[in-house]
Design a protein around this ligand. Structure first.
Ligand code: AMP
Ligand code: MG
Length: 413
């Protein structure tokens, strides 16, 4: 039997080390599939995307106004209006010296014209248009390939397709693309005390929240979820679930049972059916975190405490899923904000406290705690809009000190 040290902080692994080691043990999916534009949201590009066209593909106006040639224009000269160019309805003639064409935003610049004067700067009397100010050649014109040139790399392989990427792909006229196949992930909860919402709670029971939260996060990441429900604290039942899951999924995520309690069986089951990399991490919340493989299937055993489960998912499982999916995950952007209240912090573990950051009247950022920092208080997690990154070795944060934080609103959770 393994002896477990209940209180020693010295054997804890720093977050970045554990993350790098975990990522080095994961391979990305190689299968790709051809998918139509309307199904591409949240998928990961299999190839670099080169623009098939120049964008824009023709010179057009950036303003509503009058198109003319700057070279033959002199201030206050009356120009003769010879026609109009509307978006989708180009003017077919040519603009000669002393002439102009009424033009709308997005309409093709007529032959002979090289500039557009916005209508607010023009005086129009019948068919005659005069311009008071100077005209600079090329003003208010969007030139071909100004945005993207044909053959230019627009997105790299590994880009996750969000709404903005999707819109750009569409602007290139692309209607179907190769993307990596989506991941299939098994989610399960362990715990004799857990009930699914809708069931009656018996003495000592609680509702399962981790599985529902994890499912939602995974769905937003474009993952196909296989929900294995609640598994009792029984090593044989856990073993059966994990073995089946390893044959069906690209990854398995469980919560609960990874700590050092008497009904915590994940570690022993993982050791029996797979390869174990059970870690005690120098992070708070989320000290117990199990990582390993069952056959070739990566396994992530999250702690049961809902805050710990959500935070370790974000810190470790999210990057792991990106690696598996072949996604290039941008490095986390952190900001500095002034602590508007003191924060308790014990040296030894990196602490990801839940915070509410806001812009102060002087324009700077200030942060307060989003309720209780106990890892059992999940409501604070839902109220938070940021995670504070309190360095491993630092102690308490005094009011007025600068702290590092990461915004979490608008992400997948
Ligand atoms: P464990 O990691 O199994 O020791 O659980 C730690 C704490 O998290 C206990 O209070 C559990 O009741 C709670 N817990 C475990 N799993 C869940 C879950 N799926 N949903 C909500 N709370 C849970
Ligand atoms: Mg448990």
């Amino acid at each position: 039997m393994t002896t477990i040290d209940h209180c020693n902080q010295a054997g804890l692994r720093p977050y970045q080390d554990a993350k790098q080691e975990m990522l080095s043990q994961l391979d990305n999916v190689t299968q790709t599939e051809l998918v139509g534009l309307d199904q591409l949201l949240n998928r990961v590009l299999a190839d670099d995307i080169l623009s098939p066209i120049d964008v824009p593909s023709f010179a057009n106006s950036a303003m509503d106004g009058y198109a003319l040639s700057a070279s033959d224009y002199a201030p206050y000269t009356a120009l003769t209006l010879i026609g109009e160019s509307l978006a989708g309805h180009p003017f077919t003639g040519r603009v000669s010296s002393g002439e102009c064409v009424r033009i709308m935003t997005g309409a093709a610049l007529p032959l002979g014209a090289d500039s557009v004067v916005m209508q607010e700067e023009c005086e129009v009397t019948g068919p005659s248009v005069s311009v008071a100010g100077r005209v600079r050649a090329g003003q208010n014109v969007r030139f071909p390939a100004q945005d993207l040139a044909q053959g230019e790399t627009v997105f790299g392989a590994g880009t996750r397709i969000n709404a903005r990427v999707l819109a750009v792909l569409s602007s290139l006229g692309l209607e179907q693309l190769y993307v990596n196949r989506p991941l299939t992930v098994v989610v399960l909860s362990t715990g004799d005390e857990l009930k699914t919402p809708g069931e009656l709670l018996g003495p000592g029971d609680i509702y399962d929240s981790n599985r529902i939260g994890l499912r939602a996060m995974l769905q937003r990441l474009g993952v196909k979820v296989l929900d294995y429900g609640i598994i009792k604290d029984d090593p044989e039942l856990i073993r059966q679930a994990l073995v089946k899951a390893a044959s069906e999924a690209d990854a398995i995520i469980s919560s609960g049972g990874v700590s050092v309690g008497d009904a915590d069986y994940i570690k022993q089951v993982l050791a029996a059916v797979g390869r174990i990399g059970f870690w005690k991490l120098a992070i708070k919340p989320g000290k117990p975190f199990a990582f390993g493989h069952i056959n070739d299937c990566p396994f992530f055993g999250l702690p049961g405490n809902p805050v710990s489960a959500a935070v370790t998912f974000h810190l470790l499982v999210r990057p792991a899923l990106a690696k598996l999916a072949g996604e290039n995950l941008a490095p986390t952007v952190t900001l500095q904000a002034k602590a508007l209240m003191p924060f308790k912090k014990t040296p030894g573990r990196m602490d990801f406290q839940r915070g509410l950051v806001s812009t102060q009247s002087d324009g700077s950022l200030g942060v307060i705690a989003a309720g209780s920092q106990s890892s059992g208080v999940f409501s604070a997690m839902a109220q938070a809009n940021c995670l504070l990154h309190l360095e491993q070795d630092r102690g308490d944060v005094a009011e007025g000190e600068l702290v590092t934080l990461e915004l979490i609103d608008g992400l997948y959770w």
